[in-house]
Write a protein that binds this ligand. Sequence first.
Ligand SMILES: NC(=O)c1ccc[n+]([C@@H]2O[C@H](COP(=O)([O-])OP(=O)(O)OC[C@H]3O[C@@H](n4cnc5c(N)ncnc54)[C@H](O)[C@@H]3O)[C@@H](O)[C@H]2O)c1
Length: 364
Amino acid sequence: MKKTDMYHVALGERSYDIRLQSGSLKNIGEAMRDLFPDAEHCMVISNTLVAPLYLDVVKESLEASLWQVFEHILPDGEHFKTLDTWSGIMDGLMDARLSRNEPIVALGGGVVGDMAGFAAACYRRGIPFVQVPTTLLAQVDSSVGGKTAVSHPHGKNMIGAFYQPKLVWIDPDVLQTLASNQLRAGLAEAIKYGAIWDASFFNQIERDAQKILALDDTSINQIILASCRYKAEIVMQDETEQGVRALLNLGHTFGHAIEAMTHYTAYLHGEGVAIGMCMAARLSEQLAYAPKGTEANMIKALQALELPVNPPEFTAIEWLDAMGHDKKNVGSHIRYVLLKKIGEAFIAEHVKNQDIERLIASYA
Ligand SMILES: NC(=O)c1ccc[n+]([C@@H]2O[C@H](COP(=O)([O-])OP(=O)(O)OC[C@H]3O[C@@H](n4cnc5c(N)ncnc54)[C@H](O)[C@@H]3O)[C@@H](O)[C@H]2O)c1
């Protein structure tokens, strides 16, 4: 029997476990039965790409533990992360008549997890949900912490709720079928924890890049577990992003702008974050917060992970406009997460538009 790694996210009555074990997808039914002894039904929400790969194994496991399983299959893609798709989930839940103690199982990447979580938060004013993340990004980041959302034409993830899952069930074996660009995008979020808090974790990912990209069991499990720990610890300190949780947005203000300006078609979320972290590192140097060489170190590590590091060409006005719609801004003020060094990030409240103009000009 393979070893299970476990991390407990302590949030009072909203507490839950993150469990990581290779090959554990086929055991989800038992774990859910222990967690919800009295529930009869559940609904698995997945998408058209993930369901043919993993829905059967999940369903068989659930049925073996006496669950009656409904399923709702979403179209695949970030551009379906909309109120319309979410409304379809609501219709499915209404038709299935799931009761208040009966859970949703989110089987998929961050898009499925965020939408299924938001559906769980709203249906009957909240039913339980379990995250079964199947992308690296979802395993190291989005499945933990309870941010759920859909996007709006005016901005990404603009409509949502903080709503914690009851369990995060991670089987790293499912990464075998993940496209390599998706794997790399997930690594951008993992190395981000190192850039924010822990230079040794940052260096470890850079050093082990080839093993990680080849999905070496030990390396990938270490990365996922360590990432979940960082994420969980920050969520325990600041569940609803009133303070320190905002550090997790390193690279995201620029990254979301990149995604929006290229209409969510040219860059994966993690790729936008990778470029955004390089821009944040350069800005940190330009404003003399970080020593020379910080940007170069960031670029070197991200290139080892075969991630993009150069921003697409847009004018400073376009950048500022796109970032003005980022929901992390307080009022009209744009907040940036910058670096004092690799391993230490902070929130900069007083970056001026001219600083951004200078940053963008420096790429010309
Ligand atoms: N809630 C949070 O805290 C949080 C944090 C970071 C990102 N996010 C959100 O997560 C989303 C991005 O998540 P993502 O990168 O997982 O994207 P995604 O969910 O779109 O998945 C990427 C692609 O991989 C496919 N896929 C998933 N698992 C697979 C597998 N095992 N094998 C083969 N293909 C598989 C998906 O169908 C999709 O085509 C964004 O919407 C972002 O806003 C949320």
